[in-house]
Design a protein. Structure first.
Length: 189
């Protein structure tokens, strides 16, 4: 299962959640799969999608926030796992797509084969953690995960996708994304 395959299993279950996408190919694949006013894509700032998601979850306790992250991003900022667990926002769900590589920059290997990110999230204090490695397991896990009380962490083991980007570059500037998300959350842009 590639990132595109995994998103195809997850996206149909998303409703009105705020989705924060990690930078690189994950943002591009997420944008290709489902772009809404409640989607925010990291452009640069590797490792900070989970921190942005935490801020949104705390500022908007009535909104469900889903962070779509990658193993390289989580490894870049593992302290965010502890911050999320310590703040314990019930409305934060964290999905990590783990392909064992920095796909966007040339597929250099990460260390997620030796550092199990779901176990890091568990040790940090996430309310629940789950690891899936097959399309069938992901399909079975998604409904319950999206209904779970956060903070919850779902690690989805995926294969490195085919060469090339899984979608176009994000067409929105950071300012445009911020303004549209603010509007979608009922705040003046």
């Amino acid at each position: 299962m590639t990132l595109t395959d995994a998103l195809a299993l997850l996206v149909p279950h998303l409703r009105n959640e705020v989705c924060v996408h990690a930078n690189g190919y994950l943002s591009r694949a997420g944008h290709a799969a489902r772009d809404t006013e409640r989607s925010f894509y990291m452009i640069g700032s590797m490792g900070l999608a989970s921190s942005i998601g935490l801020g949104l979850a705390l500022a908007e306790p009535g909104a469900r926030v889903v962070v779509l992250d990658g193993d390289g991003n989580v490894l870049m900022n593992p302290g965010a796992l502890a911050s999320i667990a310590a703040c314990a926002p019930k409305n934060l769900l964290h999905v990590c797509f783990d392909n064992g590589a920095h796909a966007s920059t040339g597929a250099q290997r990460t260390i997620s084969d030796r550092v199990r990110l779901d176990e890091l999230a568990r040790a940090a204090g996430y309310r629940s953690t789950l690891r899936v490695e097959t399309p069938a397991a992901l399909a079975a896990a998604v409904p319950g995960f999206l209904a779970a009380e956060g903070p919850a962490f779902l690690l989805v083991r995926i294969a490195l996708g085919p060469p090339g980007a899984p979608g176009v570059r994000i067409p929105h500037t950071p300012e445009e994304m911020t303004a549209r998300l603010r509007r979608a959350l009922g705040h003046p842009a």
